[in-house]
Design a protein. Sequence first.
Length: 195
Amino acid sequence: MTVLLYITTMAVRKILTIPDPRLYEISEKVTEFGRPLRPLIRDMFDTMYAADGVGLAAIQIGVKKRILVLDLTHFGFVKGVFINPEVVEQSKEMQEGDEGCLSVPGLSVPLKRPKYVKVKYQDLNGSERIIEGEMLLARALLHEMDHLDGKVFVDLLEPAIKREVAEDIERIKQGLMPQKERIPEYRKEVSKARA
């Protein structure tokens, strides 16, 4: 009798941080689906979990593809892979809340986002899907989709808030932590849950 052993290894990749120029590039549309994407997606989830994140875009690990992963199951939302996502609809009503980013470590600041979003995307097999979300799910989808378009959340801050955290942003760009580390509450909860 032959026994096959499958060993899965955790592949945590380096997360790019500001001001890495790759974070400001527009990611390319994915045209090949299925098995070739699996190792990348597995690495994305492993990297996100190791950093106590709730979302990660492929460009954050240096892969210029329109792919993002989310795991918001701790908050009663979804865990999934979203390929070639596009906003179909979003509310005019805004939500306020703190936002952080694995590419801007140690910083969490208020950023207004639409309260509701409807996104069209493709799954791992290339099938077209729709997801609708409010509050944290809407925020996470929009945040990661911004990465696919070469935008980092600190560049979207209101001028007064951006001035307030300018010194911390400069410290992060130099590879240092902010004077006062600020982690968003949702990431603190995830960190406790995964411990």
